[in-house]
Design a protein around this ligand. Sequence first.
Ligand code: HPA
Length: 330
Amino acid sequence: MNILQVLTTHNYLIQNNLHAGNRGTPREKRQRRTLIPMTDNFSNAQSSVDYIRAAGAVKPTIGIILGSGLGSFATQVQDALRIPYAEIPHFPRTTVEGHSGNLVLGTVAGVPVAVMQGRVHAYEGYPLSDVVFPTRVLGLLGCKTLIVTNAAGGINTGYRQGALVAISDHINLTGNNALLGPNEPRFSMAYGAGLRFFDMSAAYSPRLRALAFKEANRNNVPLAEGVYLAVLGPSYETPAEIHAFRTLGADLVGMSTVHEVIVARHMGLDVLGISIVTNMAAGVIASGQQSAEPIFHEDVMDVGRRAEKQFTALLTALMPRIAATQADLK
Ligand code: HPA
């Protein structure tokens, strides 16, 4: 077996650094070669899409990722086709309690949707390419809008447990980015998308956020607005960290969402983000309490479930409104 065969069996491709031109001795040219992984996320995502389409799914225009304890919105889906992640080629499988791991396709209020009942996180040990893989698939399936939802800790003292918050912006403190490596322009789903460097100044669509506030009002659902800061987890934060994050301008803290949003924006999808404040973040004293409380995952899940009714009402009301504006934009 020669070196090329060894490398290709181990899924690596030798790429010459072409920018150096043809200069140098043969030895120098050899040294300029780099190894890039041969796993092709685009082809993998495309084969997931082929599998989902072959299962007879509707063509969704809105993709929804449901966070911890928020999976029951999926029961709103009419004529639902429910596909466990484990059946979809290349799809990562969830390992966390409260994340069921099904892709549910059908309609909500007449709008074709794809709902991810649970997501995977970097803290489970998944590489970011897996964390964002389902987002890629939602885009390739035809979703123009991505709604990301999550359970988050409240840093803003004006929040209370169970509050719904529309995410206005994020701070990525995970120290990582899912787009590291060669740019993949084939993921572009809109004119001007798929670029190496791209704008993130309106990553969370102001238009969709305005719609969310309108529908929240109409349905008597209190909705706040805030900046989401992402950490890697899985440990919750220390009070000193939360203090620092507040100084940085964060209102919410969580362990998900930002990578999905970055990748969705790379593809050219519009994003709406909604958090449920399942607990006040470490060291934050909730109004009406004497002291800050320790944070337990079970409580986080419980509060998520209790806030779900309003959350579901808001999302359901939003579907036809978003679909109507998508039609306007065409
Ligand atoms: N910190 C980080 N992630 C979270 C929290 C928190 O307090 N609550 C829910 N997800």
